[in-house]
Design a protein around this ligand. Structure first.
Ligand code: C5P
Length: 263
């Protein structure tokens, strides 16, 4: 599948407007994805109302999608937001291909499948999008950011999380996948493997001194960008803050400084 450059912030031409992005803060806004991990559509709309002055991307994951269904996506798209549908499909190739087609029809711009579903499943998912006018970018989830070495071993893998991420990424690249989700701890080695064409979407982001929750392999927003992240996914540090907009602004400011330092 061709790389949708419009979704790759490593290329200026991928940005939604033709001109170079106006300033590092605007670039930061285009690279922050807020995880709407809330229990229903009303809570999602309330959160988006609060955050939309600053945020451009929202992630709809299992909690919200299972409660509210696909209908939750349409009003967000209609308001001009970019939606990342994070349902992490993992099933037989035919079933995943059908689910990917259904998801693409919702107007989302990114979506996830599990790399551990194997090359046949990844290839079927890619093929399902062929010929669509503006297909979402398929992201292969490597190893969940909540998995540390002990968790990885318990599910029968005798590798480190880093080795497993690399193995899955190379497998994905082999069947044409160009977008990956990994923890901040692997982003640098994955960037080396994918080059600038790779779209690396990184959860497990915690501002310095923040609560880690169930996340194990974490980094600050600035560190993750420095290491090569294309997009950062942030949930609880924003959505559970006393003032979510303030929390988002603080993260965006840190991201903008890191972007400026890279220029
Ligand atoms: O609240 P927090 O910032 O930890 O949220 C991270 C989000 O990223 C969650 O919605 C989670 O499902 C998602 N995610 C993750 N690790 C992955 C893939 C997605 O934490 N490997």
């Amino acid at each position: 599948m061709p790389i949708p450059e419009r979704l790759n912030p490593m290329f200026a031409s991928s940005l939604p407007v033709a001109a170079a992005p106006p300033d590092p803060m605007e670039q930061a806004r285009r690279r922050l994805i807020v995880a709407l991990d809330v229990p229903n559509a009303a809570a999602a709309i309330k959160m988006v109302n609060q955050l939309e002055p600053s945020c451009r991307w929202f992630k709809v994951g299992l909690e919200l999608f299972v409660a509210a269904g696909p209908a939750v996506i349409e009003p967000l798209v209609a308001r001009g937001h970019s939606i990342f549908l994070d349902l992490k499909f993992n099933d037989i190739p035919n079933t995943v291909a059908g689910a990917v087609r259904s998801a693409a029809s919702l107007g989302v711009r990114m979506m996830t499948i599990h790399a551990s579903g194997g090359p046949a499943m990844l290839a079927a998912a890619s093929e399902a999008l062929e010929g669509m006018p503006s297909p979402p970018l398929l992201l292969a989830v490597t190893v969940l950011t909540s998995m540390d070495q002990a968790q990885v071993n318990v599910v029968g893998l005798n590798r480190s999380p880093a080795e497993q991420v690399e193995l899955l990424a190379r497998m994905g690249l082999g069947v044409g996948i160009r977008g990956f989700v990994c923890s901040p701890h692997e982003v640098s080695s994955l960037r080396t493997i994918t080059g600038p064409e790779g779209v690396l979407v990184i959860p497990g982001i915690r501002p310095a001194g923040g609560e880690s929750g169930d996340q194990k392999r974490i980094a600050t927003p600035a560190e993750a960008l420095r290491l090569g992240a294309s997009y950062l996914v942030v949930g609880r540090p924003i959505t559970q803050a006393a003032d979510p907009l303030d929390a988002a602004e603080a993260i965006l400011k840190e991201m903008a400084e890191a972007i400026q330092n890279q220029e």
